[in-house]
Design a binder for this molecule. Structure first.
Ligand SMILES: NC(=O)c1ccc[n+]([C@@H]2O[C@H](COP(=O)([O-])OP(=O)(O)OC[C@H]3O[C@@H](n4cnc5c(N)ncnc54)[C@H](OP(=O)(O)O)[C@@H]3O)[C@@H](O)[C@H]2O)c1
Length: 228
């Protein structure tokens, strides 16, 4: 398949590109900077120059592709206080893809998260957060639900809900920060009675799940990328 990947230059997307290429697919990757475009070319993908704000470009490229994997997320604004703005931008992109792919039967997989789905109990693929549309994670959950609903519009949509820690070689994320603190302080801390469970997944396994979602997932599937 000719697969359009947003976020192809990111932590998980850069593992998805070789995963797709190794399986015989062609990859087009959204690149918002010359550096990202160069990285994609080096990885063997064809860069599509533009950003998440270029909704027409997203739609046009989706129509010209056999499948879409949407992993880009505006972490730059999300991590500096505007999570709702990042979630809005994500929703606009998903709506643009949904409209472009409606009636095509093409696969469309998006990245979402497991964090906060069912605090205090085990989250399964059929769990959804309660409450309204506000809050840290629920904006993304609403987008995930809209993606599932695209199954009724003739899109083979799926939602990959990633564990809050996607780790791997070169990891710059949460667990690495905790390990750094433990090394510095000489002790590893935990909150409360230590009874918390924090799921994780390796980025290569997450990438494999995205490939399998595009290749095989039934329309409207929710998949949990959680291992450890
Ligand atoms: N990593 C985790 O632990 C984790 C956990 C749960 C969910 N997720 C979700 O999984 C997805 C991928 O995460 P990740 O860790 O791979 O993220 P990442 O490393 O931060 O990569 C984000 C990707 O999005 C692109 N991007 C950001 N803003 C953009 C914009 N305005 N226009 C076009 N592209 C833009 C980036 O492009 P540049 O390379 O040009 O910056 C990059 O390719 C995200 O939806 C994320 O929220 C990740």
């Amino acid at each position: 398949m000719r697969v359009f990947v947003t976020g192809a230059s990111g932590w998980i997307g850069s593992a998805l590109v070789p995963e797709l290429l190794a399986a015989g697919h062609q990859v087009l990757g959204l690149a918002r900077s010359p550096e990202s475009a160069r990285a994609l070319e080096k990885a063997g993908a064809e860069p599509v120059h533009g950003s998440l704000a270029d909704l027409g470009l997203l739609a046009e490229t989706a129509r010209a592709s056999d499948a879409v994997a949407h992993l880009a997320f505006r972490h730059d604004i999300a991590f500096t206080g505007d999570f709702p703005g990042a979630a809005r931008s994500d929703r606009q992109a998903v709506d643009a893809f949904g409209e472009a792919l409606a009636g095509s039967g093409k696969p469309f997989a998006i990245a979402s998260g497991l964090l906060g789905i069912t605090p205090g109990e085990v989250a399964t693929e059929t769990s959804w957060p309660g409450g309204g549309d506000e809050g840290l994670c629920s904006g993304r959950a609403v987008t995930a639900r809209a993606t599932v609903a695209l199954a009724d519009q003739g899109v083979r949509s799926s939602v990959v809900r990633l564990a809050p820690t996607v780790h791997g070689e070169g990891d710059n994320g949460f667990v690495t920060a905790l390990v750094g603190v433990a090394r510095e302080k000489g002790v590893a801390a935990y909150i409360g009675d230590g009874d918390q469970r924090w799921p994780a997944v390796h980025r290569l396994d997450a990438a494999r799940l995205f490939r399998l979602a595009l290749e095989q997932a039934p329309a409207g599937a929710v998949l949990h990328a959680a291992a450890e």
